[in-house]
Design a protein around this ligand. Structure first.
Ligand code: ADP
Length: 383
């Protein structure tokens, strides 16, 4: 068998007698995209479904490095991943599978579920990647390995819509009571009050304060419902956390042509967090960013991580959207602040609750391109 680089770029791979025919028949029928590479990442074959998914003909990609099908930073790092596996044999994805993002010929990224198998053909090691585009899958149909609980949680947030009406009803009672007390008090204080009236005023003020506390408790209950109270913190890979959350947040947004850049700090990766909750924060921030870019011509989303200090990592989500409306900027992290007709205005308040429960901070600033950048910090894992 000839090494792949000796072959003309547009010929198909020769695996030996019978093997190729067998492989070809699999490639022609398998519904998921299938890409076979050698152990340095050179593409050996590319199924019909892969051609459709990525927008390249097989003849254009055979002989090229598979990293061309990935967005940054995997694009630059994939050779290193393979080398790491060749030298250490340590499996990070092979046989495990994960949700990540891929890059279409036109530059757009899309969420995928990727499974990789390893095989030996004589002396030669090959890797087979099965790629399933999950862009169009409905959130409630997603059954992604390892992500079920995350999604159950996202599901809880979407239950919020239903919860909103009962919540509005519950809040309405203390708020109406407070309004009534205030009006009565105003009437009572219309003329100079005597001692007896003042006693009534004091009592009514106490009651009004009690009702305000009750309204606060209702809101707190809601927040606890969403942020699940107890944190289950572990050492997690921030790289993996961001990649998965990004793929999840992009589900359903393929047609909007959002350009996604992910810039991860190669030197620092370990964070000590509740993975599901932090993914919740990221999904909220990314979805808000997508919403903010819907009406503009440029739809560019950048997610960055970098080490802020020896104790904290900084995560930033930047969009090229409309910017934060001035009317709400000062109360942005308060519950029920929204500019969206279908919004509940609790996303950012939940994000803040989660980030602060981890000992971090969350804030925003205008981005240079007119959009917004949200930053938050997370504790690094002790080594
Ligand atoms: P919701 O998305 O339900 O409105 P959030 O608390 O997540 O609730 O967001 C509150 C408000 O903050 C949004 O309605 C929107 O006006 C504003 N906002 C949040 N993120 C962005 C962003 N990236 N760009 C512009 N405005 C934003």
């Amino acid at each position: 068998m000839r090494p792949p680089m000796d072959r003309p770029a547009n010929s198909s791979v020769q695996f030996g007698d019978g093997t190729e025919a067998h492989l070809r028949s699999i490639l022609a029928t398998v519904p998921d995209a299938m890409v076979v590479i050698d152990d340095v990442g050179t593409i050996l074959s590319f199924s019909a479904a892969a051609e459709k998914m990525f927008g390249y003909a097989e003849s254009e990609v055979v002989g090229e490095n598979v990293s061309m099908l990935m967005p940054s930073p995997d694009r630059e790092r994939h050779d290193g991943y393979l080398e790491h596996y060749r030298t250490t044999g340590q499996r990070k994805i092979i046989g495990i599978g994960r949700v990540t993002t891929a890059r279409h010929r036109n530059g757009h990224t899309f969420p995928i579920e990727l499974s990789i198998g390893e095989a030996w053909l004589g002396e030669k090691r090959i890797f087979t990647g099965f790629i399933h585009d999950i862009t169009q899958r409905q959130t409630d149909q997603l059954r992604l390995k390892g992500l079920q609980s995350d999604l159950a949680h996202v599901g809880r947030v979407s239950e919020m819509g239903t919860l909103a009406s009962s919540l509005a009803h519950e809040l309405n009672q203390p708020l109406t009571a407070i309004a009534n007390y205030c009006e009565t008090l105003r009437d009572l204080l219309a003329s100079t009050p005597d001692e007896e009236t003042l006693a009534v005023v004091r009592e009514a003020l106490d009651d009004a304060a009690g009702q305000a506390v009750r309204a606060g408790q209702i809101v707190r209950r809601l927040r606890d419902f969403v942020s699940r109270g107890e944190l289950e913190r572990r050492t997690e890979s921030l790289h993996r956390l961001v990649t998965e959350a990004n793929a999840l947040a992009l589900v359903g947004s393929h047609e909007y042509g959002i350009e996604v850049h992910v810039e991860l700090d190669a030197r620092a990766d370990g964070v000590f967090v509740d993975r599901i909750q932090i993914q919740q924060v990221l999904v909220n921030l990314i979805r808000n960013a997508i919403d903010a870019m819907m009406d503009g011509p440029v739809r560019s989303l950048t997610i960055r991580t970098r080490s802020e200090s020896s104790h904290f990592m900084l995560v930033s989500v930047e969009d090229s959207g409309s910017g934060i409306s001035k009317s709400i900027a000062a109360q942005l992290f308060q519950p029920f602040i929204t500019t969206k007709t279908t919004g509940m205005g609790i996303g950012l308040s939940i994000c803040r609750t989660i980030v602060e429960a981890h000992g971090g901070r969350i804030w925003f600033e205008p981005a240079v391109n007119g959009g917004t950048v949200f930053h938050f910090t997370l504790p690094t894992a002790e080594i």
